[in-house]
Design a protein around this ligand. Structure first.
Ligand SMILES: NC(=O)c1ccc[n+]([C@@H]2O[C@H](COP(=O)([O-])OP(=O)(O)OC[C@H]3O[C@@H](n4cnc5c(N)ncnc54)[C@H](O)[C@@H]3O)[C@@H](O)[C@H]2O)c1
Length: 347
């Protein structure tokens, strides 16, 4: 509370000021948070983004910025390999944390962050954005309401532009980039941890790192989920991501839910809206982060509003429980391991 009796704005530091970090900065400001610091290992990038959005403090080290700037929460939107250390550093300094996917790159690191948050009374919300997109919320409600009967299986597939692979797809194993979305959706829909994973991969795109992944996940009840990803969509595929995130390209994916009383299917980006010009074929995504009335909208706006309200202790983190984020990391880790060893992994 301020002296005037109004609720003080949440003070937020953005850690990782790349493409998505800058979009987060904007979305958090629009959610009435006060962004008090911008951190990037590239100090010029931190300074540039801070000045573009009128943020007073910037630097290359989260510890240094938090030392000089009181903050309530840190938004981690850096490269995947630094998520755990930045989250742990923020918790150690008494902040709540929003961590972009992937939560961590090992189960051990995910459990360590979860334990530190519990011990310090801090909230951690993991940025698995699909949970905030309405079609998936609908599918989960349909399952919970019994519309589809007992959940027997899910099938999830997500293919990305081949150009993204060269850009950032191989900076960690691509399971942590693309499959992690569908792993989390599977956990969200099945609502239980996995017991077994069997996966294979290939470098079909001709690169040293794997670019095609297929996995079969068995959950505790015996229900199964197939998770597939190929970073192979050609340059002339209809462009679905364009606009707010400076990452033009295509996502082609879908989810199928198979229950004892019914089935459901959701295409990640449908073809109900298409735009053709002499230069482009567009199927614009309007669910993740479309611009709405000059603001970041869609699932990203809902996700940021949700996390802000968890950090203000207005609601419990029931939609993205940290335990489920840890289950997802365990599945991703097992997929990488199974594909490497060529045998099933028991969890
Ligand atoms: N939820 C989604 O749909 C979605 C979409 C895009 C990106 N992401 C996630 O957001 C994160 C960032 O992706 P991006 O596309 O913005 O990448 P990016 O490469 O554009 O930006 C990453 C930034 O982090 C900085 N960085 C690296 N290590 C750091 C550290 N230790 N401390 C501070 N800054 C550091 C880099 O210098 C860079 O500026 C990734 O984890 C990615 O998976 C999620």
């Amino acid at each position: 509370m301020t002296a005037e009796g109004t609720v003080a704005p949440l003070r937020v530091v953005i850690a990782g000021a790349g493409r998505f970090g800058e979009l987060h900065l904007r979305a958090w400001q629009e959610a009435a948070a006060e962004v008090v610091g911008v951190v990037d290992v590239d100090p010029a990038r931190a300074e540039q983004v801070a000045s573009r959005w009128g943020v007073g403090r910037h630097g290359a080290s989260l510890a240094d910025v938090l030392e000089r700037t009181p903050a309530d929460a840190v938004v981690v939107a850096s490269d995947e390999g630094s998520h755990s250390s930045l989250a742990d550093g923020a918790i150690a300094r008494g902040c709540d944390v929003f961590v972009e996917k992937p939560f961590a790159l090992s189960t051990q690191a995910a459990e360590r962050t979860a334990a530190a948050a519990a011990a310090g009374g801090r909230e951690v919300v993991v940025g698995q954005i699909s949970r905030f997109a309405q079609p998936y919320r609908y599918l989960r409600s349909a399952l919970q309401d019994g519309l589809l009967g007992t959940l027997w299986a899910t099938r999830l597939r997500r293919d990305f532009s081949r150009a993204w692979f060269a850009d950032f797809g191989d900076r960690v194993h691509p399971v942590w980039e693309s499959c992690i979305h569908d792993i989390d959706l599977a956990v969200f829909l099945h609502g239980e941890p996995a017991t077994k994973v069997y996966a294979s991969e290939s470098g079909a795109a001709g690169d040293a790192a794997p670019s095609v992944i297929s996995a079969i996940v068995t959950f505790a009840s015996g229900a199964t989920s197939t998770i597939e990803s190929a970073w192979t969509v050609p340059a002339r595929g209809p462009q679905s991501l364009a606009g707010l995130l400076a990452l033009d390209g295509s996502i082609d994916g879908e989810v199928q839910v198979i229950g004892s009383a019914g089935t459901a299917r959701q295409r990640l980006i449908g073809d109900a809206l298409t735009v053709w010009t002499d230069e482009l074929s567009l199927a614009p995504d309007l669910s993740l982060w479309p611009e709405e009335d000059g603001r970041v909208g869609g699932a990203l706006r809902s996700e940021v509003a949700y996390a802000a309200s968890v950090f203000r202790r207005e609601r419990a983190n029931t939609l993205m429980p940290l335990e489920q984020a840890v289950w997802g990391v365990a599945i991703a880790e097992a997929i990488v391991e199974s594909a490497r060893l060529g045998r099933p992994i028991t969890l």
